[in-house]
Design a protein around this ligand. Structure first.
Ligand SMILES: O=C(O)CCC(=O)C(=O)O
Ligand SMILES: [Fe+2]
Length: 374
């Protein structure tokens, strides 16, 4: 693959290039960013260069004021005072941070480690096997792809992703890659169970009946994304994930020990330090919408590193795909004269169509669905 000598078109003072061809050349390799490293690429191809990156303007929390809340789920089913404490902390975290970290969540640490290792094995196996999964077909339950929105992005991000739609209709076992199929099945089941508990706690944190969010279908679907970001030759010029908000209800995120995830809090990028055995939860746009802005879907991003690989697994809890036309609006029980609905009703499909058409440009899609009040 040739990146350096691609046709250059000069227009005005801007140096444009045949970007589409370079994107396509990269996509056609079906080998992702790992394929570039394997091919010995020493400089960052320009499709990956992000303009005006402020990667040095981040803060590493050294005091509790700037560290993401940690929620301990130990004993919450046995003791009502522990549950009340967890619910209160979840409410605070969901309102103020849109993110929290979970400990004692019930998924054994060896399962977490195996999940990370499964994604490593998938990416580090023979390219010919990986290539068979490379696809941008949204109807497929299992795909491997670099940058699902490759052709819409201003700059490509430094990562490859294995995507598995695991609930409500999981793929046949044989459809999942052999090197990680057992752990993908086991891990996603355990995350689904944890997700159900979290939706109970989130419902209670909103002052609703425990089963409210589950009954609305928030936990019907689970999409698992395993990200793999190999060592990057020029990490300060690109990102492993650009600034974005997730579109779904909640995301349950597992990271390895490399770090790199940052969350935008009070206008500062705050590092989320890796925590072995812990999980991260973040609120997505749809939960912000149905909670009428009580809970916040917050921008986050992942820095590229010159070491690695960095591996993470994001499980997106969302409604069933076959019910993606169901309309969601602010929950009636949360509304009052003082708290009128901020958003119109919208289906997940329509929301996603707008979210995707906008590309991950770092701005929220939510304002587009607000009632205009004059
Ligand atoms: O890799 C990470 O830590 C974050 C991934 C993420 O934000 C996403 O997949 O939406
Ligand atoms: Fe995300």
């Amino acid at each position: 693959m040739e990146f350096a000598n691609t046709k250059t078109i000069l227009g005005g003072s801007d140096c444009l290039y045949d970007r589409q061809s370079e994107l396509k050349a990269f996509d056609d390799t079906k080998a992702g960013v790992k394929g570039l490293i394997d091919a010995g690429v020493k400089n960052l191809p320009r499709i990956f260069v992000h303009q005006q990156l402020n990667v040095d303007e981040s803060v590493t929390p050294d005091d509790s004021h700037l560290s993401i809340p940690i929620i301990d789920l130990q004993g919450i089913d046995m003791e009502s005072s522990l549950r009340a404490k967890a619910v209160e902390k979840i409410r605070y975290a969901s309102e103020k941070w849109g993110f929290f970290q979970l400990v004692n969540h019930g998924i054994p640490v060896n399962v977490l480690d195996e999940m990370i290792d499964g994604i490593r094995k998938f990416n580090e196996q023979e390219i010919e096997i990986k290539k068979k999964y490379y696809s941008r077909d949204p109807t497929k339950k299992v795909t491997f792809v670099s940058n699902f929105d490759l052709y819409r992005l201003k700059a490509v991000t430094w990562k490859d992703t294995l995507s598995c739609a695991m609930f409500p209709n999981p793929p046949e076992k044989e459809e999942l890659p052999e090197v990680c199929r057992d752990i993908v099945i086991d891990y996603s089941k355990q995350v689904m169970n944890l997700g159900l508990t979290l939706f109970e706690l989130l419902s209670e944190a909103l002052g609703l009946n425990s089963s409210h969010l589950k009954d609305m279908g928030c936990a019907d679907g689970l999409l698992l994304w395993g990200h793999y970001s190999p060592p990057c030759p020029e990490p300060k010029q690109t990102m492993a994930s650009s600034s974005h908000c997730d579109s779904n209800f909640i995301t349950i995120l597992l990271g390895d020990q490399m770090g790199g995830l940052q969350v935008l809090h009070q206008n500062q990028w705050v590092d989320l330090p890796p925590m072995h055995g812990g999980l991260i939860v973040n609120i997505g746009d749809f939960l912000q919408l149905i909670s009428n802005d009580k809970f916040k879907s917050v921008n986050h991003r992942v820095l590229a590193k010159n070491e690695g690989p960095r591996i993470s697994v994001a499980c997106f809890m969302r409604s069933r795909k076959d019910q993606s036309l169901r309309l969601y609006g602010p929950i009636k029980e949360l509304l009052s004269k003082e708290n009128p609905p901020i958003y119109k009703e919208v289906s997940f499909d329509d929301y996603l169509a707008y979210y995707m058409s906008k590309g991950l440009d770092g701005t929220s899609s939510l304002p587009h669905f607000k009632f205009s009040r004059t």
